[in-house]
Design a binder for this molecule. Structure first.
Ligand code: ADP
Length: 166
């Protein structure tokens, strides 16, 4: 039996925290589908295509596929014949949100097991939001995101900066 898992998220943009979870999940499962959620209700900095492109440029594991999905994550997992959904946990606040999501997911499909990987200590503070905030203020985010993401952030914010100036 080929054991497959999905790792869904916004990944706006992907960080070293996400990559750590991806590589650890890839060691646990035969195949991992890292999936960018196409969520029209959530305001994102990057388009799904940009997020996918940055992800593909950053993930090196051979047993990982990066793609976009729409709709319910449990249904997406079923389409990929995955037995588990991986998520990362940082603070207690993550736990609360994840517990709600796990309960809802179990209600929708009890066959998909939720797997939580604890953040590595060096990534415990790291989030896509902090990366965007620091980058928007011109701070250096090279230690937090892969090079293709850092380049995209610089491009994005220098363009915005350019638009603002008279
Ligand atoms: P969401 O899917 O909630 O919009 P993200 O796309 O940022 O959030 O993250 C996807 C998953 O990765 C979530 O389970 C989140 O908790 C986890 N994650 C994000 N950053 C880190 C990190 N630094 N360490 C471990 N897990 C993380």
């Amino acid at each position: 039996m080929v054991r497959k898992a999905i790792y869904p998220g916004s990944f706006d943009p992907i960080t070293f925290g996400h990559l750590d979870i991806i590589h650890r999940a890839a060691n646990l499962f035969d195949h991992v589908y890292v999936a960018v959620l196409h969520n029209t209700q959530k305001q994102a900095l990057f388009t799904v295509d940009e997020r996918l492109e940055m992800m593909k440029a950053s993930v090196t594991a051979e047993n990982v596929t990066c793609e976009v999905f729409e709709g319910l994550a449990v249904e997406y997992a079923q389409r990929r014949a995955a037995i588990a959904m991986v998520r990362g946990l940082r603070a207690v606040s993550d736990f609360e949100a994840e517990l709600k999501m796990a309960t809802a997911n179990r209600h929708l499909n009890a066959d998909i097991e939720m797997i939580y990987l604890m953040t590595s200590s060096e990534h415990s503070f790291l989030s896509s939001s902090i990366v965007k905030e620091v980058a928007s203020l011109g701070g250096n985010v090279d230690g937090w995101v892969p090079a293709p993401v850092s380049a995209r952030l610089k491009e994005k914010f220098s363009r915005k900066e350019g638009r603002k100036s008279p």
